[in-house]
Design a protein around this ligand. Structure first.
Ligand SMILES: Nc1nc2c(c(=O)[nH]1)N[C@H]1C(S)=C(S)[C@@H](COP(=O)(O)OP(=O)(O)OC[C@H]3O[C@@H](n4cnc5c(=O)[nH]c(N)nc54)[C@H](O)[C@@H]3O)O[C@H]1N2
Ligand SMILES: Nc1nc2c(c(=O)[nH]1)N[C@H]1C(S)=C(S)[C@@H](COP(=O)(O)OP(=O)(O)OC[C@H]3O[C@@H](n4cnc5c(=O)[nH]c(N)nc54)[C@H](O)[C@@H]3O)O[C@H]1N2
Ligand code: SF4
Ligand SMILES: [Mo]
Length: 731
């Protein structure tokens, strides 16, 4: 590293105005943060994703920075059942380190687990993965991206050999003649993205939406297909069936750029539109028109989001849409292709640098000997010391505190008490732990259960990078230092690593003094402990290491520098060379598979993990509303957002409500085999009469995840958030 690329060891602070990005979703809207008279204001900024727009969450994002609920000191529970009480950082970190040591001495290294989040910056996600493998030496790390991106990721990997949500810039959407959105509601989940859809419509393009609800997005569409939840795979196969029957196959593309088509052709031959209409409720005419709209235009794009993906057959469902895209010759052609809409702020980067159970930085596999060698060299440890793969998020949470599962858990950036499937069970697993540590900036429902809560810096108080839904690396900038009593995550990891290392010297060998600073050396001004060589607290130093660790991997960041990111409005990976190009568009020449071809995989429809029956006759599905973000830990604390959407609700069709004797506003119970939720009924003709919907942003009685199914996709580990069987009754 040259002197010029060297960094300050502390965030760049005391700036009165910074250009940065919204802390919430993967659109990563550009914004300017201004501090004036002690108040922090947000203003939108023109960036290629948001084009000057922000949603309500973005506008109000700064409100949490000085919120009275913000944690200002670590919290500690003296014994089970005792209340959480404020503690010093030394006491809290000592307690965590001692707890980890006690558990590992008795039960081995894998008895401690880490749960990360797709909101963490690249630097933090990378450091967390390294911390788990090197400082804790546990195989157990996974993250909330498993609830989010895992099905599209697995399908993309198996078809294209790489997982980048959008393999093209977002602006391509505006150039598509036909755009098909499957299980995506960007009008509520990424409102500024609609500016790109408006472009598309203005150019005469067609928008088609597949969603069991007539959403705000579907209302803008030229065509809305309203299938039964869980039947998208059959719909996709029927679309391909129609395309083949009509002779719309792109023969040259299939012959030159793909493999495995024949088996897919045989499989979809059985997906007669009339049969798929019976299964899904989507009329034959709509299937035919949709296939025509995709196949007979110059440029077509198919996008999936959580509606299609959060199923026990999520990988196969995405695969079915990829098969369709490949058969029509779309991927790799400018203005055409398949993509998935990544959800969390760093949902893309967070899945590339080692928070995933089976993964090392640069999207390398932890079971690949060459990958282990490379990363171990960067980390300065023997490759044999690196643990093997862990297990996906739900399996991990479900095993906590059991005879064979981890007995301690460190959570960084997730609130599983609200957001995990079958949440009551997950809650009971968390309660069974010997040690639960939660790093957060508010007392989330998960933090409420913790033995130790560590207050960490927020977005406006840290420098770093995130990778948005386009695979574009961008820069988060600190406006100010963290408030007193608050530390950055990197400083927390540095402090913990130092303590664990000091303990290792006392208790066991071998130890590596080069990797861990001693506790005495960890500590600088501003409340942020500066780490040692192995776990530096400075994000830029971490990023420089991440560049080396990712070099040569599928998600290669070696050529990405902070300067370049700032100069060029972001850098698209892979970018192996600082002086070479980045990659806004993938697949133009070939696919990153061994033979350079994309791979078809035959997939067949199978029923939801739980089907309706006499006792549970209705389909239950879940999702989001505009005003709230995820588990709501942040947005439920923002006045304007709480006013906009004060409480949970159950959406049901007026005909169904009639049959149940329910009026709008009545409190209803939604009951599944796993539990129930209670919330006011909201009647809407926009939803299918056989399906009810609830958003998952609320805890307590209205918690949607009390009801959801914990069945998971066998390939991705994605839970079936989007369909289970329930009955609804007036409370
Ligand atoms: N306001 C807001 N915005 C967000 C978030 C948030 O919490 N709140 N979270 C961010 C994150 S992490 C994510 S992952 C994205 C998610 O973004 P989206 O995927 O757009 O959001 P969801 O509401 O989960 O699901 C989208 C739609 O899927 C439909 N759906 C349900 N079941 C099915 C089905 O079986 N098939 C089909 N085709 N559709 C179905 C639902 O009716 C819903 O309208 O949003 C991001 N943006
Ligand atoms: N029923 C149902 N359940 C779902 C879904 C669904 O559609 N239906 N969607 C799933 C999806 S796609 C997702 S992504 C998950 C998300 O669900 P969660 O993982 O619970 O996501 P958040 O609510 O964003 O949780 C983030 C927590 O970390 C804190 N936090 C934010 N940034 C940071 C940070 O930088 N560091 C630290 N230490 N803490 C931070 C926040 O205050 C909050 O308490 O929910 C999943 N659950
Ligand atoms: S769309 Fe996403 S990134 Fe943009 S302002 Fe809203 S929450 Fe923030
Ligand atoms: Mo997500």
């Amino acid at each position: 590293m040259t002197q010029g690329a060297r960094v300050t060891t502390r965030p760049e602070v005391h700036r009165r105005e910074v250009a940065t990005h919204c802390p919430y979703c993967a659109l990563q809207c550009g914004m300017v943060l201004r501090e004036a008279d002690g108040r922090i204001e947000v203003a939108p900024r023109d960036f290629p994703t948001n084009r000057g727009g922000l949603c309500q969450k973005g506008w109000t994002a700064a409100e949490l920075l000085d919120h009275p609920d913000r944690l200002a000191a670590p919290l500690l529970r003296d014994r089970p059942g005792a209340p959480l009480r404020p503690a010093s950082w030394d006491e809290a970190l000592d307690r965590v380190a001692a707890g980890i040591r006690a558990v590992q001495d008795r039960h081995g290294p894998d008895a401690v687990a880490v749960f990360g989040g797709g909101g963490l910056t690249n630097e933090k996600a990378y450091a967390l993965g390294k911390f788990a493998r090197v400082a804790l030496r546990t195989r157990h790390i996974d993250y909330n991206g498993r609830w989010c991106m895992s099905s599209a990721a697995a399908a993309g990997l198996r078809a294209f050999g790489v997982d980048r949500g959008l393999p093209f810039p977002l602006a391509d959407l505006g150039r598509a003649d036909t755009l098909l959105l499957v299980g995506a509601n960007p009008a509520e989940t990424m409102p500024p993205l609609l500016r790109h859809l408006a472009d598309q419509r203005a150019r005469g393009g067609q928008l088609i939406v597949i969603d069991p609800r007539l959403t705000a997005t579907a209302r803008q569409a030229d065509r809305h297909l309203q299938p039964l939840p869980g039947t998208d795979l059959a719909v996709a196969n029927a679309l391909l069936h129609v395309a083949l029957t009509e002779g719309w196959l792109d023969r040259a593309y299939v012959a030159d750029r793909t493999s495995g088509f024949d088996e897919v052709r045989r499989t979809v031959a059985g997906y007669w539109p009339a049969e798929v209409e019976r299964l899904s409720g989507v009329p034959v005419a709509d299937l035919e028109a949709t296939a025509r709209a995709l196949a007979t235009v110059d440029r077509a794009i198919i996008l999936t989001a959580r509606g299609a993906e959060q199923h026990a057959k999520g990988v196969d469902t995405v695969t079915a849409f990829i098969n369709l895209a490949l058969a029509l010759g779309l991927p790799g052609r400018p203005g055409s292709g398949y993509g998935c809409l990544t959800g969390q702020g760093n949902g893309q980067g967070g899945r590339e640098h080692g928070q995933k159970a089976d993964q090392l930085p640069g999207y390398r596999r932890i079971d690949d000997p060459a990958a282990r060698e490379h990363v171990a060299r960067v980390w300065g440890v023997p490759a044999d010391d690196l643990p093997g793969p862990g297990v996906p998020a739900y399996a991990l949470l479900d095993s906590l505190g059991t005879a064979t599962g981890p007995r301690a858990l460190l959570v960084f950036g997730s609130n599983p008490v609200v957001s995990a499937p079958r949440a009551a069970r997950v809650e009971s697993r968390l309660r069974a732990l010997d040690l639960l540590v939660v790093a957060d900036f508010v007392r989330s429902e998960t933090a409420d259960l913790a033995d130790v809560v560590l207050p960490v810096a927020q977005w406006a108080e840290e420098d770093g990078t995130l990778t948005n839904l386009e695979g574009r690396v961008l820069r988060r900038r600190a406006l100010r230092e963290p408030p007193p009593g608050v530390r950055t995550e990197l400083a927390v990891l540095a402090g913990l690593a130092a303590r664990l290392h000091a303990g290792a010297i006392l208790h066991r060998t071998p130890h590596r003094t080069d990797l861990f600073p001693t506790p005495g050396s960890a500590g600088s001004g501003g409340g942020n402990a500066a780490g040692g060589h192995g776990f530096p607290a400075d994000p830029r130093t971490v990023f420089e290491e991440l560049r080396r660790a990712s070099a040569g991997g599928p998600a290669d960041y070696a050529g990405v520098t902070w300067e370049r990111v700032e100069r060029d409005e972001g850098v698209f990976w892979p970018c192996p060379d600082p002086d070479g190009p980045d990659t806004p568009r993938l697949f133009t020449e070939s696919f990153p598979t061994p033979d350079g071809r994309a791979r078809f995989h035959p997939v067949t429809h199978w029923p939801a993990a739980e089907e309706v029956c006499a006792e549970y006759p209705l389909h239950f599905t879940t999702g989001r509303v505009l005003a709230h973000y995820q588990s709501g830990a942040q947005t439920r604390r923002v006045d304007a957002l709480r006013r906009a959407a004060p409480e949970g609700f159950v959406e049901l069709h007026p005909d169904l409500a009639d049959r149940l004797g329910v009026a709008g506003g009545d409190e209803v119970r939604v009951v599944s085999r796993r539990g129930e939720l209670r919330a006011p009924a909201r009647l809407s003709p926009a939803i299918r009469p056989d399906t009810v919907f609830a958003p998952f942003h609320w805890p307590g009685a209205a918690r949607a995840n009390s009801v959801t199914n914990d069945a998971v996709d066998p390939l991705s580990g994605m839970p079936e958030f989007k369909i289970c069987a329930v009955r609804v009754e007036k409370a």
